[in-house]
Write a protein that binds this ligand. Structure first.
Ligand code: PAP
Length: 345
C-alpha cells in the first residue's frame, strides 16, 4: 500500500527525514527558473567542454557543469541552515545513491521500518527521497527546503571548499562523505555518461590527469573532506565505498552512531542494521519497479536504472590498460602525498 503523500502544511507535524518528493511533490520538477544576477560572474570564468558536450566552468578551483553554477552561487549566498541538518557529500559516481538510501533508511527507521512493504525506498528512487541541494537552488526550487521537517537530509557533489560556511562550519550540522577508488569512479562515470551521450572511455580518461572532471579535480574533492573529517571528526564522517561494500552492517552502525541515532543492543539483536543493508543493497534496489523505469535529474534526465550498474570494486581492469592505470595511480598518489589518505593497496 503506498503511503499518502503529506502536504507541505502537514509537514509541521512530521519528523525528518521524510521523502522529499512526498513533501514537495514532483509535479513541477521540470519547471526550471534559474536564479538571476550571476551572469556577470559566470561570463568571467574559465570554460571547457568535457566529452565535447558538457560545458564546465572553473569556479573557486572546481570544475562545475555550466547549468549548475547559478545554483551553487545561490546556495552559497542564500542557504538557511537549521540545527540537525545532515548533508551527504561525494564526488559523482562514488556511492551517492547508496549513501542516500542508507542514511534515509537509518535516520527514518522509526517511521519507516526497513522491512515494511510500503517503505518509501520501495516506491521512490533514493534521489527522490534525498534531494541535491544545489540543484534545488539551480532550478529556483529552494523554497521547497522550507517545507521539509527537521532533521533535513540533503546532498551535494560540491567540494568542501565550496560549501557555504553556514553549513561547513556549523556545529549543529553533520556531513557524511563517501569516496571511491578513483579508477573505479572514472569507469562508473563513463558508463553513466554513455547512457545519454555515447563516447569513448579514453576521451573521459584523458581529461582526468589535468583535474578537468565534473566537480574535480578529484584530489581536491577528496582532500577537502578528508582534512575536514580529521579536523572535526564529530562533524564530518569520511566513508570509503570499498569499506562499506566489505562491511555494510558495520558501516550502517557507524553511520547511525555518527548521526546520533545509534542502534540499541535490542535493535542489533533483531538485525535492524542488517535489514537496512538488505533494503539498500544493489540487488534489492535494482529489482524494484521504480528503479527499472523512469528517469530523474534536473538538467539531464538519467534513467533510474543507470544509477545501479555493477556495484563492485575493481571494474577498472575491464576498461583501462595497465599503463593508463599506472598513470592515474601515480597522479593521485602524488596529489594525496603526505595527507594520510591513499588508494594504493
Ligand atoms: P551519482 O553520483 O550519479 O549519484 P552514484 O550513486 O554516486 O552516482 O554512483 C553510482 C555507482 O554506485 C554505480 O557504480 P558502478 O557503475 O561501478 O556499478 C552503482 O552501481 C553503484 N551503486 C548504486 N547503488 C548501490 C548499492 N546499493 N550498493 C552498491 N553500489 C551501488
Amino acid at each position: 500500500m503506498a503511503m499518502a503523500a503529506p502536504t507541505p502544511s502537514a509537514s509541521c507535524c512530521l519528523v525528518g527525514p521524510v521523502p522529499f518528493n512526498d513533501v514537495v511533490g514532483a509535479e513541477d520538477d521540470d519547471r526550471i527558473t534559474p536564479p538571476e544576477g550571476y551572469g556577470h560572474i559566470i561570463s568571467t570564468l574559465p570554460t571547457i567542454g568535457i566529452l565535447g558536450r558538457f560545458v564546465h566552468h572553473q569556479y573557486q578551483g572546481a570544475w562545475l557543469l555550466h547549468e549548475r553554477i547559478p545554483g551553487v552561487l545561490s546556495f552559497q549566498r542564500r542557504f538557511s541552515p537549521r540545527p540537525g541538518d545532515v548533508l551527504l557529500t561525494s564526488p559523482p559516481k562514488c556511492g551517492t545513491t547508496w549513501l542516500k538510501a542508507m542514511a534515509f533508511a537509518t535516520m527514518g527507521r522509526a517511521a519507516y521500518p526497513p522491512t515494511a512493504a510500503d517503505h518509501p525506498l520501495r516506491r521512490l528512487n533514493p534521489h527522490e527521497c534525498v534531494p541535491f541541494i544545489d540543484d534545488l537552488f539551480s532550478a529556483g526550487h529552494d523554497a521547497k527546503l522550507e517545507a521539509l521537517p527537521s532533521p533535513r537530509l540533503l546532498s551535494t557533489h560540491m567540494q568542501h571548499s565550496l560549501l557555504p560556511a553556514s553549513l561547513a562550519e556549523n556545529p549543529n550540522a553533520k556531513i557524511v562523505y563517501i569516496c571511491r577508488e578513483p579508477k573505479d569512479m572514472l569507469v562508473s562515470m563513463w558508463h553513466f555518461a554513455n547512457t545519454i551521450h555515447p563516447c569513448h572511455f579514453s576521451d573521459l580518461f584523458e581529461s582526468t590527469p589535468s583535474g578537468k572532471s565534473t566537480d574535480g579535480p578529484m584530489w581536491d574533492h577528496l582532500l577537502g573532506y578528508w582534512r575536514a573529517s580529521k579536523a572535526n571528526p564529530g562533524r564530518v564522517l569520511f566513508l570509503r565505498y570499498e569499506e562499506v561494500l566489505l562491511n555494510p552492517v558495520d558501516s550502517v552502525i557507524k553511520l547511525a552512531q555518527f548521526l546520533m541515532v545509534p542502534f540499541s543492543a535490542a535493535d542489533e539483536a533483531v538485525g535492524l542494521p542488517a535489514d537496512i543493508v538488505n533494503l539498500c543493497s544493489i540487488k534489492t534496489m535494482k529489482g524494484l519497479q521504480v528503479n527499472k523505469t523512469g528517469a530523474s535529474g534536473l538538467f539531464y534526465k538519467f534513467p533510474h536504472e543507470s544509477y545501479f550498474r555493477k556495484g563492485v570494486t575493481g571494474d577498472w581492469v575491464n576498461h583501462m590498460t595497465p599503463e593508463m592505470a599506472q598513470r592515474l595511480d601515480a597522479i593521485v598518489e602524488d596529489k594525496l602525498y603526505g595527507s594520510g589518505l591513499s588508494f594504493s593497496s
